[in-house]
Design a protein around this ligand. Structure first.
Ligand code: URA
Length: 288
């Protein structure tokens, strides 16, 4: 244990310097930041392995919360069984028969992917054709854009958790291409899966991408242009509502991209992630 703690103390002591260098002096290559993040992840998972089993899920250490003033210390997460529980939940969801019409049309149940210990969780609408084929959320055109947004936030896809309101692709009449919006009864039927995912992952921040995700999580509809950029709460977890990436693909204006980016800056601030000058200025010329 001693050598781990010395190692992590050393990392902790140079981390602020590295972050300052990357954001104020000369830009640190993104790869270095990613390595730094990986070191932190390694730190957290090793700390988890070495945490006494008496430390339960309900201790305040289970998350490095926004109120956590000891963020400079190695963060410890108690050993818990969320990986196993999430795997079990996935097995159950893959067998779900609750919507016979979707069971008939689906090729895969798209459970969701990512880090069970993610601080940040994204919620979309429903799988499209590509996602249905591959069994993974956000891997089509909208997903490519979402991945770019994730990278611009200095995250990797694997670091966050990505899921949808609906786990099955909404069925389409024979011969009709494209996607349809989930029906209210499909959303109500499927929502318990997502709720359980959120309960197990306990993200510090949720993002609802688009009106379906917002309606599913908040149980009410609002005009997106009024809801986006605002903080809501889902079962005590801060929830940011923003436009769906598919909307940005349809509406290529830089000012709309900037709006989504501003929402992501709020998310990064909520998570106390460092934000570079470059990041702050993305798409700014569009609104000048
Ligand atoms: N759109 C979504 O909302 N979710 C996906 O997984 C893909 C596209």
């Amino acid at each position: 244990m001693l050598h781990f703690s010395l190692f992590f103390q050393a990392i902790d002591s140079i981390e602020p310097l590295l972050r300052r260098m990357s954001h104020q002096l000369s830009p640190l290559p993104r790869a270095s930041l990613a390595s730094l993040q990986r070191l932190q992840d390694l730190e957290e998972s090793l700390a988890r392995e070495h945490t006494p089993p008496s430390c339960s899920m309900s201790t305040p250490l289970s998350h490095s919360s926004a109120q956590d003033t000891t963020d400079h210390l190695p963060r410890q997460q108690p050993q818990d069984d969320r990986v196993e529980k999430l795997a079990l939940l996935k097995d159950q969801a893959l067998e779900c028969q609750r919507c016979p019409h979707l069971v008939k049309s689906r090729r895969n149940v798209v459970f969701g992917v990512g880090n069970p210990y993610a601080s940040l969780m994204f919620v979309g609408e429903a799988p499209g054709e590509e996602e249905d084929l591959r069994g993974e959320p956000f891997v089509g055109k909208a997903g490519e854009l979402l991945t770019k947004i994730i990278h611009s936030m200095d995250y990797q896809r694997e670091e966050i958790f990505i899921a949808n309101i609906l786990k099955c692709r909404p069925n389409m009449p024979a011969g009709v291409t494209g996607n349809r919006k989930p029906k209210p009864e499909e959303m109500t039927t499927c929502l318990p899966w997502l709720k359980k995912q959120i309960e197990l992952i306990k993200p510090r921040v949720l993002v609802a991408w688009g009106s379906t995700a917002m309606e599913g999580l908040l149980g009410k509809s609002m005009l997106m242009r009024q809801a986006r950029g605002r903080w809501f709460e889902f079962e005590g977890i801060p929830l940011m509502v923003t436009y769906h990436p598919a909307y940005l693909l349809r509406n290529q204006s830089l000012s709309e991209k900037r709006k989504v980016w501003e929402d992501m800056l709020q998310v990064l601030e909520k998570l106390e992630r460092p934000i570079s000058q470059k990041q702050r200025q993305f798409f700014l010329s569009a609104t000048a």
